[in-house]
Ligand binder design. Structure first.
Ligand code: AMO
Length: 429
């Protein structure tokens, strides 16, 4: 037996014909002489009807099915106006591919709300729900369209190491691992490598990157393992060239998702209306003025969650850049402009979804900056070497995929946007 159709492929042409469908038994009702099951596959659902008097053995096997068992069913496709889609399969033959244990740890179609931890503990079953699948279909679309945009703009897709002996770029704790007796780290971002690649002549690179951060946060917006679209581009004039890519990439991906993924957006009840380009730019100095009206905030302070929330209440746009940060607020590699850094954050409904900068490309200037910040340059020798033999001006950004999705889809917890979240307490499944 082999699947001949997905439920969604069945149409007028198939009525009265023999078809084979396969999937999960979502629900089963035995009315004595007749029984009905709803079979769910990747694209939808279809009713299977079994009649006792047609084949008693088959009927017995059919009604013994537990919810969420996996079957392959063959039979005639017939019209039935009373059921989903207007057709049903009149069962003729059935193969049980996997009988599901009962009871289920959580339901797939039940309207009962289970708590988030139970959902994550049973993520495989949780992901059978249409609305949860839809998040990952949009996630796939976002990555596809962001990549499509970057490819069109001449960016090369790369993969940099995730295990490194080099020190991290700073600003966060990293995971230490034992690498054949040597100390190594899981990278916090591809930062150092993507900059090194600017000395190769690739000019423009991007990576769908993994970030590993040993932060002790336990919030709805932090993960210890997260993903990002990272880019780096050479021969730029300033950070403005990088910001243009960030906003155009967002706009392109959103437009494509709106065109192609209306089914998923409807399921998630979202109709995102994004502002047109260019996105608003707010200088850090203006941010200080806005915040000082309502809270204790000094020039140079970090913009944390409370500050971001307050700021977004005072800014009309839902997505905007914060620019001209104090130099001290940004990592050592950010290009200075007086007391400011040529750096930016992209905020989406009061949460940072991306940050980037023009970087220092001059070897001596970079050394000086690292020394000012009392960074041990010995730990960065390989990185620094890349700046000694010809490094063009460059910049880039890291763009959190889960953060973007959380905001774009109005989800309350970032864990909704990654298949198997890793947080302080969760290492399984
Ligand atoms: P940053 O540390 O700001 O910058 O990270 C870039 C983006 O990655 C996402 N992000 C996270 N998402 C979920 N959980 C986390 N713990 C987490 N940490 C970061 C955010 C953030 O905006 N190297 C620089 C980028 C660059 O300059 O190119 C960097 O890593 O959306």
């Amino acid at each position: 037996m082999l699947r001949s159709h997905y439920s969604s492929e069945i149409g007028e042409k198939d009525y009265e014909k023999n078809i084979t469908i396969a999937g999960w038994v979502e629900d089963i009702r035995n009315l004595g002489g007749i029984a009905f099951a709803v079979l769910r596959d990747k694209y939808g659902r279809m009713q299977i009807t079994a009649i006792k008097k047609n084949d008693e053995q088959l009927f017995k096997k059919f009604v013994s099915l537990t919810r969420e068992s996996v079957i392959m069913a063959e039979g005639k496709c017939q019209k039935n106006e009373k059921v989903i889609n207007g057709w049903e399969l009149l069962l003729d033959k059935m193969e049980i591919l996997s009988m599901a244990a009962a009871p289920l740890p959580m339901g797939v179609v039940d309207k009962v709300n289970v708590d988030f931890d139970t959902r994550l503990d049973n993520r495989v079953i949780d992901l059978r729900k249409d609305e949860n699948k839809a998040i990952f279909e949009i996630r796939d679309a976002f990555i596809k369209y962001a990549s499509e945009y970057l490819e069109k703009k001449g960016f090369l897709n790369v993969h940099t190491p995730k295990i490194t002996a080099m020190s991290s770029e700073g600003g966060t704790e990293v995971f230490k691992i034992n690498y054949f007796g040597k100390i190594a780290y899981l990278v916090q971002s591809p930062q150092l490598y993507k900059q090194m690649l600017m000395a190769t002549g690739f000019d423009r690179v991007y990576e769908i990157a993994w970030y590993f951060r040993a932060e002790e946060h336990d919030t709805t917006r932090h993960l210890n393992e997260s993903t990002a679209v990272d880019i780096e581009m050479a021969f730029i004039d300033s950070e403005k060239d990088v910001m243009k890519i960030a906003e155009e990439m967002t706009d392109y991906a959103v437009e494509r998702i709106l065109d192609e993924n209306s089914k998923q957006l409807d399921l998630l009840h979202v109709s995102p209306d994004m502002p047109s380009l260019p996105y608003k730019r707010i200088r850090y100095d203006e941010v200080v003025e806005i915040l000082q009206k309502e809270m204790d905030f000094k020039w140079g302070d970090d913009i944390g969650t409370d500050e971001e929330n307050l700021l977004s209440k005072n800014v009309d746009e839902k997505i905007y850049f914060i620019v001209d940060f104090p130099l001290e607020a940004k990592p050592f590699y950010a290009m200075p402009r007086g007391k400011y850094a040529r750096a930016f954050d992209l905020e989406f409904n009061g949460m940072e979804i991306s940050s980037g900068a023009q970087r220092i490309h001059d070897y001596k200037m970079l050394l000086k900056r690292m020394e000012e910040l009392e960074i041990n340059t010995k730990n960065f020798e390989e990185y620094l070497n890349a700046f000694r033999y010809g490094m063009p001006p460059h910049g880039g950004f890291g763009y959190g995929i889960e953060r973007f999705l959380m905001r774009f889809l109005n989800l309350k917890n970032i864990r909704e946007c990654i298949l198997f979240p890793r947080d302080r307490k969760r290492l399984v499944p």
